[in-house]
Design a protein. Structure first.
Length: 126
């Protein structure tokens, strides 16, 4: 996971998803998360909603365009992972294509998942 300046600029120009007051973070970092289990939720934790997603994007820099429950990763018995968007406010993109709400897409090595105002998740096997 990282911050994607190109995606941020594109979304700001096309849809103003980020909003005029939201700036790209001055300090960014990369982090890795191992996909485990049957399902992993992507979003921002919320104590009020008792929601703690497995891939929590509530750490700094906080991407304000990420919904509390933004996307869901689901595994198959053969190790394949799928992504779906349960109805996020700003959409989920795989390789620049926006997913329809509820659409399930198979993920492959190198796929880029964009969500929120600037977040990118790149899929790697192993």
């Amino acid at each position: 996971m990282a911050s994607d300046r190109v995606y941020y600029n594109r979304m700001k120009a096309l849809r103003a998803v980020a909003g005029s007051a939201v700036e790209f973070p001055a300090h960014t970092s990369e982090r890795r998360v191992r996909l485990v289990g049957i399902q992993m939720r992507i979003g921002r934790r919320s104590a009020a909603r008792d929601l703690v997603p497995e891939i929590d994007l509530a750490d700094r820099p906080v991407d304000p365009g990420v919904s509390r429950l933004h996307a869901v990763l689901t595994s198959a018995s053969d190790g394949t992972w799928f992504i779906s968007d349960p109805g996020s406010a700003n959409g989920t993109f795989v390789n620049s294509r926006e997913l329809a709400i509820g659409e399930r897409v198979t993920l492959h090595e190198g796929d880029r998942i964009n969500l929120g105002a600037w977040t990118v998740i790149t899929v790697h096997r192993g």
